[in-house]
Ligand binder design. Sequence first.
Ligand code: FES
Ligand SMILES: [Fe+2]
Length: 435
Amino acid sequence: MLTQEENERLTRVGPGTPMGALMRRYWQPVAAASEMSERWTKSVRLLGESLVLFKDRSGRFGLIEEACPHRRASFLYGIPQADGIRCPYHGWQFDGTGKCLDQPNEPADSTFKDRVKIAGYPVEERGGLLWAYMGPLPAPNVPPLAGIDSPHAIRLLGSAVIPCNWLQIMENSVDAVHTEWLHGHLFEFVLEHKNFKTKFTRKHLKTAFDEFPYGIIKRRVIEGHTEEGDDWKIGHPVVFPTTLLVGNASEEACHMRYQFRVPMDDTHTLHLWYHVIVPPAELTIPAHLAGTVHTYDVPYTDERGGYFLDSIHAQDIMAWITQGPIADRSLEALGSTDRGVTVYRNMLRRELKRIENGEDPMNVFRGAEPETMELPLEFERTQGDLSPDGARGEGFAITNLRAMFSRHEGRFCPLGPEIVDVFVQHRQREPAGVA
Ligand code: FES
Ligand SMILES: [Fe+2]
């Protein structure tokens, strides 16, 4: 349980708040670069600020305050220039740092433009994503996440705006037993109503939440398994502050499924599912699948507002949203399996302290040669995914891809069947190389 005051301190991210200051120390993914190939601007709500991402005619990206300081028209409809963008209303021109470069209808000798400034934040491209940084300069490096720079990969980006605070989404990632209920018993109950009776839930025997240099590794042993299983021995990581990695590696593919929880404001979170699927060296990915980030929207309700409870992502989202716009933690009653929640909150408190002391918080990288964040990937997962496809006798990566494109948010990615097919055909051609 938290006091109201502590709940506010840990959840609110707008300008001037302690948690907002901590979140501003991290690059936040705001779009796929490919989204900007057919458009010049995109509306971005980030850390309580309304912004516009734009591309100028020199191909540079900028992220500036949405409202023009002249008379408040939106730069979303601005006119891109060789340097920066002009307001659509009276043509004032700004560059990506928010500096006013021109006011076309002011007298030629006017110095007014030198006194007009708007917010402008650095934008960088990495892994096919556009990242924005709103913290104190100089900016650190974009996080060197494992696999992000893989030259030979299929990349997908699903996105949804979730109308709730980011912290309840992150707390879900350090809550191992919810999978047994939300993705187990509830799932079985939902399938029962579709006349598909099945039992796949298995009880958690043991969970652990261990700090490691980049965040927290969660581990579990479920019924029928032992501490020798990858779920316990390797586990999967929460990368501080707002990233989850649920991936798997095998001879057939290495699939990194990142989930980025981008705090838009106190009560909205941009949820991004970023997939990097790295095939084995001998498999050449068809050109139209490689070389860009394929984006798709991720719905989680039907047209009447009912959650898609036969899908794992929508089960989670239902839980997050029903906790309230900002979960009232003064009313919660944490039990023994909520230890991960406490570990994560303590980590937030510790890193808040570090910035109050003028230090960089964890996972801020500044070297000229950025290190790679080596993150653990399980070879074999036993919980979280149903495994009826195992009966097909297919390899582990293919089983997981099928699951991803049918029971997770990936079912809304139109390329799913084609991607599975690339790996299935490769397996049929080269069965010997596959476990
Ligand atoms: S409102 Fe932008 S130039 Fe006038
Ligand atoms: Fe979940």
